[in-house]
Design a protein. Structure first.
Length: 108
């Protein structure tokens, strides 16, 4: 009988080779090459000044029922302005508005 050939015998042929270390080009050279070839920059450009974000209202009030209603942007702006003026959550402003409407209707 003949000896079996070891299939793992020549695995040293696949030894990893260390790549040559090439010097990294200067950032100015890269930028110049990019401009010459029309590559856009990934750096953010000037950002338009956005209108100031509305301050979030986070109150712990025990209110947990949502009232999804449709209204106009003007109505929402009035509601937000009143809530800001009163330093109250939207639910409290709505409750006070409804109470005032009830008083007005009862007075008639």
């Amino acid at each position: 009988m003949s000896e079996r050939v070891n299939p793992l015998l020549n695995l040293d042929d696949f030894a990893t080779k260390t790549p040559e270390k090439k010097p990294k080009p200067a950032p100015e050279a890269i930028e110049k090459l990019a401009v010459e070839n029309g590559f856009p920059s990934r750096q953010p450009g000037r950002v338009k000044e956005a209108e100031p974000a509305r301050k979030q209202r986070r109150y712990t009030t025990g209110r947990n029922v949502q009232i999804p209603i449709k209204g106009t942007a003007e109505t929402r702006a009035i509601l937000d302005a009143l809530a800001d003026e009163l330093h109250e959550p939207l639910g409290e402003v709505l409750a006070r508005a409804l109470a005032a409407l009830r008083r007005e209707l009862d007075a008639k």
